[in-house]
Design a protein. Structure first.
Length: 82
């Protein structure tokens, strides 16, 4: 099981690269929709989850939870990782 801090760091690094942000621009309580992610960004998140944490995310998870925060996503990945 991956630790939350490790998951949070990797997800933030991916988002910073994708959106040309600094780590200080992100907060755990920030809803993902505020990052203005496009479909490719979500695909990259799904690939990262599978590759780094062996967790399969589906696109429906993001549409079912439109107000999901960065912390909630990372907590989900942390709990589901092997």
């Amino acid at each position: 099981m991956a630790q939350f801090d490790e998951v949070y760091t990797k997800v933030c690094e991916m988002l910073c690269d994708a959106k040309d942000l600094e780590m200080t621009d992100l907060r755990p309580d920030m809803p993902l929709y505020l990052l203005k992610l496009d479909s490719l960004d979500y695909v990259e998140l799904m690939v990262l989850a599978k590759k780094e944490f062996a967790v399969t995310l589906d696109a429906e998870m993001f549409t079912r939870h439109p107000n999901m925060t960065l912390s909630e996503l990372c907590q989900h990945l942390s709990e589901k990782s092997q």
